[in-house]
Ligand binder design. Structure first.
Ligand SMILES: [Mn+2]
Length: 409
């Protein structure tokens, strides 16, 4: 038995036209790699899409590849991740499942307020697969906390548990503050735990449980991930007698070249020449170039750094994309502003939490107020979909907000 484990594909994650197709390309390439390696099936552990309403162009390419995958007799098993849902719980994965292109393996029923999951059996290999979806604001914790584990743990055979949440015990360095689910909430005695959500790969052997793996994204999704991971990838898992071999397959779409400069006690001109020095005599064919500046400038302000000529010079050396990060750059001319280097979502969460209960909202508990605020923000963050008229978009937005607030506008 040999299978592939993808997660956090985030189709459509980049807005810039130069990177807008990168995650789709990574998916197409990864599927082709699975064909070459004769994988029996493919797992996608959440966040297949970056939004609940992906662009038609990306969707067209993805659907075509899913069709080819199925035609080759390679089934795709998936769970939804926090990004796959609209604020009212809709996901494009349902459309793909109804078209027979993938199987959502979080299937089960509610018994006495408890969640009873059942397995989906892979016909060819006999592998038994189940899992728990990820939701925004850690709503998946409710599923874990109400999960009936006995039937899952007692089941015989090769079992796979798919999940889209951070495991508290295995949070990577730098992501310690991420909300997470403790191992104790997971059912024991599975052969393989196929994780997503944490955008960094790791494989752990956990006594009593089994192999727990998190693949990270197929293509990096932001500046930090490009800088840290360089490229994304997935696991090819092969059952060899009693052992599982888990190999990371790198998926190269673009090369990455990262520049960082410590600007402490430097002038703007000195910073500019430090960057120019790092790009001299280099070519950047099909390369994403990242520039990270940090420290406190001695003379001048961050806004005075002439990025335009630097970017132009890098593009002249055939770079595919250039991006900069100056969030840790300050000036002695201004008071330091406290900026968190965490994700936008973490920063949002921190700001909401700071302001909870400052206005009275319907006697809501702080936790419900937090969830309501998050849902409203997600709904209002929704963009007009492709082919959607302004009127339908407005109606969709209004319907979403009405459902969240439980009122008629
Ligand atoms: Mn993700």
């Amino acid at each position: 038995m040999k299978f592939a484990h993808f997660a956090d594909v985030h189709i459509g994650s980049w807005r810039d036209p130069r990177l807008a197709n990168a995650s789709t390309e990574a998916f197409l390439k990864s599927a082709d790699m699975c064909f070459e390696k004769n994988a029996d099936f493919i797992l996608i552990s959440g966040d297949f899409f970056n939004t609940s309403l992906p662009s038609i162009d990306n969707l067209k390419d993805v659907v075509k590849k899913l069709k080819e995958t199925n035609d080759r007799g390679i089934p795709v098993y998936a769970i939804a991740g926090s990004h796959d849902f609209s604020p009212t719980g809709k996901t494009i994965l349902d459309v793909l499942e109804n078209a027979g292109l993938l199987t959502n393996v979080m299937k089960g029923s509610v018994v006495d307020n408890k969640l009873q999951l059942r397995f989906t059996a892979d016909e060819k290999t006999g592998a038994k697969i189940t899992g728990i979806i990820g939701r925004k604001g850690m709503l998946e914790r409710k599923y874990f906390d109400s999960l009936i584990k006995e039937n899952l743990e007692a089941e015989e055979g090769f079992k796979i548990f798919m999940f889209h949440t951070a495991v508290s015990e295995f949070k990577p360095q730098g992501l310690e503050k991420m909300d997470s689910t403790p191992l104790s909430a997971f059912p024991k005695n599975f052969s393989y735990y196929a994780g997503g959500h944490v955008h960094e790969p790791y494989v752990k052997q956990q006594p009593g449980y089994g192999t727990i793996a998190n693949t990270g994204p197929l293509f990096p999704n932001n500046f930090r991930e490009i800088e840290k991971l360089g490229c994304g990838g997935f696991y090819i898992v092969e059952k060899k007698a009693a052992d599982l071999e888990v190999l990371f397959e790198r998926v190269m779409i673009h090369n990455v070249f990262s520049i960082s400069a410590d600007c402490n006690r430097k002038s703007v001109a000195e910073v500019e020449s430090a960057i120019k020095e790092q790009i001299a005599n280099k070519e950047f064919n099909n390369t994403i170039v990242t520039i990270r500046l940090s420290g406190k400038l001695r003379i001048g302000k961050p806004s005075e750094i002439g990025f335009k000529p630097i970017f132009d010079a890098i593009y002249d050396k055939s770079a595919h994309f250039v991006m900069k990060n100056t969030s840790a750059l300050t000036s002695s001319e201004f008071e330091e502003v406290k900026i968190s280097t965490e994700s936008v979502e973490d920063t949002e969460d921190a700001i909401i939490r700071e302001h909870l209960s400052k206005i009275k909202v319907d006697n809501l508990s702080p936790e419900s107020e937090f969830e309501l605020t998050k849902k409203l923000m997600a709904a209002l963050n929704n963009e007009k979909g492709e082919g959607e008229t302004t009127a339908t978009f407005e109606k969709r937005l209004k319907d979403d907000v009405e459902k969240i607030l439980n009122v008629k506008l």
